[in-house]
Design a protein around this ligand. Structure first.
Ligand code: SF4
Ligand code: SF4
Length: 343
């Protein structure tokens, strides 16, 4: 992997060159929170941030999208809305890149989704390192470091960003701006190692996942699920903010008085009462306890069986956003018998 460095003071020039061929999106601050947004100018970007409200998955799987329209005399007309945009996502954290790699397994693997695939192909990813806060446990989920899924990855080493080139597209971006990059030296490497080890010391949350599959097998009837069901409001926030939750609902929006309309998919959550409701009124997960249990089993156990790892990346969004403070780390540690109560 090629590694160079770029001075921080030249980032605005780098961004302005990229802007000529791409839409540039980066974390922007809004009332003390962060969100990925299109930039008008580089000064709006905040590369030192804890987490964005919504994960970058919104670029590949929008909260709502029309997949096609059906029109009189024309039949089905696929929607191309937003598909041709070339977007650079600048400032994606390792855990969110890891999450995109997981979504790739689902939407670009055995059952490829053309909408997802086109957006993914038209999006370049520039990662940036981060410092864990009180909600992060990406290290436990082995997502605090990525070696694929990015075109470029920036590591803060003071006045410079150490820049790892991950793909040939990343190489093209560097070649197009070659005058801004410099070779690295021993001092840069020492600074990178120092900051890396400081980052490890900053983690406050930990959970052991090596034997989690077995623990989940043993704890299916645990009273924990009833306790969580009593507290959970079924609001679905945890799914909406999660970078790897990908359930969606499909509905036809028919224009009144005509035979035309569109087929639309919208983010859904397995925490919603309607998620397992089927024709005839039967609901396979009527109780909140069974729905929250389902979420945990799918992410931490079912996904392991199919893809070899949990689908949680430890980003901490669900902990921060839950209105009743259901904390996934506490739940997993409690299942392991390492916490006596869920606070
Ligand atoms: S389950 Fe929670 S911590 Fe894990 S990836 Fe989803 S939002 Fe992040
Ligand atoms: S955010 Fe909390 S209350 Fe809302 S559905 Fe998720 S676990 Fe339940």
């Amino acid at each position: 992997m090629k590694i160079l460095k770029i001075p921080k003071k030249k980032l605005d020039l780098f961004a302005s060159i990229l802007h000529q061929g791409w839409e540039l999106h980066a974390p922007v601050e809004q009332n003390g929170k962060f969100a990925f947004k299109p930039l008008d100018q580089w000064a709006q970007a905040r590369l030192a941030y804890n987490r964005t409200l919504l994960a970058p998955k919104k670029y590949f799987l929008p909260p709502q999208e029309a997949m096609f329209e059906y029109r009189n005399h024309e039949g089905y007309v696929p929607s191309r809305e937003g598909l041709d945009k070339r977007v650079i996502l600048f400032g994606v954290h390792s855990c969110d890149i890891f999450a995109i790699n997981i979504l790739d397994e689902v939407f670009a693997g055995k059952y490829p989704d053309p909408y997802y695939q086109i957006r993914r192909k038209n999006t370049a990813i520039i990662g940036v390192d981060c410092v864990p806060d009180e909600y992060c446990f990406c290290r436990s989920m082995r997502a605090d470091f990525v070696d694929k899924g990015f075109d470029l990855f920036f590591n803060d080493i003071g006045d410079y960003y150490l820049t790892a080139v991950g793909t040939s597209l990343g190489d093209d971006l560097v070649l197009a701006t070659a005058q801004l990059f410099e070779e690295i030296n021993d001092k840069d490497i020492a600074e990178y190692k120092h900051r890396s080890s400081e980052k490890q010391k900053a983690f406050k949350l930990d959970v052991e996942i090596r034997d989690l599959l077995g623990i989940f097998e043993l704890e299916y009837e645990s009273q924990i699920w009833d306790e969580l069901g009593d507290r959970c409001l079924s609001c679905g926030s945890c799914s909406m903010v999660c970078p790897t939750c990908y359930c969606f609902d499909v509905m036809d929006h028919i224009k009144l008085g005509s035979k035309e309309g569109s087929r639309v998919r919208t983010w859904d959550s397995c925490l919603f009462h309607s998620h397992a409701l089927v024709a005839g009124g039967e609901n396979f997960r009527k109780e909140r306890s069974s729905r929250i249990k389902h979420r945990y089993y799918h992410k931490q156990s079912g996904f392991v069986a199919e893809f070899g790892r949990p689908s949680c990346v430890g980003c901490g969004r669900c902990i921060e956003s839950c209105p009743v403070k259901i904390d996934i780390v506490e739940v997993l540690n409690r299942l392991r018998g390492e916490e006596h109560a869920i606070s």
